[in-house]
Design a protein around this ligand. Structure first.
Ligand code: AMP
Ligand code: MG
Length: 299
């Protein structure tokens, strides 16, 4: 672990794995043009190989290198929202490996907003395939220490960029369909994307097409129960020994930023039950509700 972009570059050019800081969560990155390097991501995470990875690039100009076609909506969202917590699905360019896309005809691309990773991507030149740097199905990492705790021996270098300011994964918008469709709520609110597209945005629906859309995901060891209000959470917690109430609904930015650290904290303290208060379904509330609901699901 350290903050040497130079060291991270060497590891990536050697086909190794580097945990990278982003504004959302830490990513487990490998050279997206090397099937052997990308395969190591799947084995380190225990991630099923049909779950595609997001390709991270330095600037919006790089989108053209990964996409066979860029729709006007994709171009608008890339120009307006990048760097930022938005992943765009576009028809993949011929050279993009099926190992990265899970065999799909689309590729997910994003420009992350973190100074160390921007410098790394600029110097690397190519794309970095990266899912969240945690064991598949578990709580995502928002600090370098979280990555070390989960994958320490499996990652070649952890680039420490401090705690992630957004704290939940990117919003995924499928721009290979018309109108574009939200596949996963995340760090940019659906309302904001819908306004940019003048309402031409379909809500998420249909079969699971993103790993983060499986019913159960982001799960701590503690049992997670959900409540609609603080009062309901406290009455529920009162009936269970050692239950812990998670409620940051007074500040959704803070709720998202601290969510995964809070769930990890509960596990470190041996808390058996976390009763989480669901925020209202607006803005960042969509992403927080989504992650809490999946953390609470048992299948
Ligand atoms: P993670 O960073 O672990 O949340 O994983 C990245 C997310 O992006 C997963 O939910 C993937 O399934 C999703 N994703 C990336 N590329 C695609 C694609 N081409 N089609 C559908 N989902 C994708
Ligand atoms: Mg993940």
């Amino acid at each position: 672990m350290g903050s040497s972009v130079e060291r991270a570059l060497e590891v990536l050019r050697d086909g190794g794995l580097v945990a990278i800081p982003t504004e959302t969560v830490y990513g487990l990155a490998a050279d997206a043009s090397s099937d052997a390097a990308v395969a190591r991501i799947f084995s380190a995470k225990g991630r099923p190989t049909d779950h595609p990875l997001i390709v991270h690039v330095a600037t919006a100009q790089h989108l053209a290198e990964w996409a066979a076609e860029i729709s006007p909506a994709a171009a608008l969202l890339a120009d307006t929202c990048w760097p930022g917590p938005l992943t765009l699905l576009v028809p993949k360019a011929a050279h993009v490996s099926a190992v990265v896309t899970g065999g799909l005809p689309t590729v997910g691309v994003r420009v992350p907003a973190h100074p160390l990773t921007t410098e790394l991507l600029q110097r690397f030149g190519g794309g970095l395939a990266a899912p969240s740097a945690n064991q598949f199905g578990k709580v995502s990492p928002t600090t370098a220490q979280h990555v070390l705790a989960d994958l320490g021996h499996l990652v070649d270098y952890v680039l420490d960029g401090g705690p992630c300011p957004v704290g939940v994964e990117s919003t995924i918008v499928d721009c290979s369909v018309d109108p574009p469709q939200i596949l996963r709520p995340g760090g940019i609110a659906a309302e904001q994307i819908s306004a940019l597209l003048q309402g031409r945005l379909a809500p998420s629906a249909g079969p699971s097409r993103a790993a983060g859309m499986l019913a159960a995901h982001y799960a701590p060891t503690a049992t997670v129960l959900l409540a609609d209000t603080a009062e309901a959470a406290h009455s529920l917690a009162a009936t269970r020994a050692g239950a812990w109430v998670l409620d940051r609904t007074d500040d959704l930015v803070e709720y998202a930023r601290c969510l995964y650290a809070d769930l990890r904290d509960a596990d470190l303290r041996g808390v058996a039950i976390v009763v989480a208060v669901l925020p209202p379904p607006t803005g960042l509330g969509h992403a927080i509700r989504d992650r809490l609901t999946k953390a609470a699901a048992t299948t």
